[in-house]
Design a protein around this ligand. Sequence first.
Ligand SMILES: *Cc1c(COP(=O)(O)O)cnc(C)c1O
Length: 428
Amino acid sequence: MERLALLGGKPVSTEPWPETNTIGQEEKKAVCEVLDSGVLSQFKAASGPDFLGGPRVKKMEDAWGEYFGVKHAVSFNSLTSGLYACIGAAGICPGDEVIVAPTTMVASVTCALVYGGIPVFADIDPDTFCLNPASIEAKVSPRTKAIVLVHLFGYPADVDKVMAIAEKHGLVVIEDCAQAPGAKLRGQYVGTFGHMAGFSLNYHKIIHAGEGGVIVTDDDNLALRLRLIRNHGEVLVAEMGVTELMNTFGGNYRMTEIEAAIAGEQLKKLERLVQPRVELGDYLSDRLGQLPGIKPSRPDEPSSRHVYYMYAMRYDEQTWGIPRELFVRAIRAEGIELRERYVQPVYLEPMFRHKVAFGRGFPFSSRYYGAEINYEPGLCPVAEAAYGHELIFGKFCRWPLTTKHMDEIVVAFEKVYARRTELVAAYV
Ligand SMILES: *Cc1c(COP(=O)(O)O)cnc(C)c1O
């Protein structure tokens, strides 16, 4: 076998991998139609049909709802805005606790703060990197009102177990499916279990419109409240006869007709984009899973579906005898874009460590919150271990990559494993 590239040998992968671009003629045509119409957004913060946006927004929402088999789909200008609206619609008040994941894109945590809620971090599972239901249950208190469950990296989290916990304690469940459109838990789409669920249409996601988000729900009242928050609900409540005013004042979280037109075309491609991801991910897991000290995160049930927004694995430093950082350097030298350190556990960010979100200590030390919240290191040991030395991942399972690229990953891993003593001799 060739010498390690990090030690001067020839890399396993010598050709650059193709980029992914899912935008084609369909999107171009749809956008041109909007431009030709001259109406780039039809939303109005006033009663009447335009309160709910223009024709493309409505059409895309209908298609989204039909695709996932849910009653209501409500579009937003981002999922971040959509999550704010979910927290508002859920009736979160200052001092209410919301159980969240430490390992996630920050908006799935900060959404709670916008309404004065207190994010309470539960720990993750070491193999799936999604919230561990037992840890969620351990964090439930008399103040808990909601759970934000993230299907991280496209893995279908244990949402049915989380729903059972929520039912027992009367909690609202918001699924964050930003990274998991098309993922399934035992044959059922994630995003259809919780009281509300959100998808992102940000550029980095599996399908995108540049920016955008969609919240789905089967609950008429939640849908109404989401729509009020999206579009200045304060001027609509009287006319609509809404008497529960709390959190109905709104922002401008509206999607434009252009984004909706692109999103509609992207939704049509979702399955075509997801299916190859699943095939590549399964192919890779079959092979990498044979290596000692590498545990791909893969659902046990064949009817569950991971969509591999990121291909994530658990790396065991002990087995390999090399620190993760050196391992990742060695693999990267072979031409494989393996990564470590996804995001640090969110509670380690200065805003949480110093408990400063808004002014005057709000919401953490406000009189509405009669408890002391802990955001100290050590809070979620599994999340910290994943960040510190266990999690490795890459954007490997994407169109138009093929099994040839997956084979390069496998060969690079095998090569580094076979020659790991040389790495140790040179660097450790
Ligand atoms: C991207 C992302 C978001 C936020 O989505 P935006 O549309 O970019 O606001 C929320 N949660 C997770 C897990 C994400 O990956």
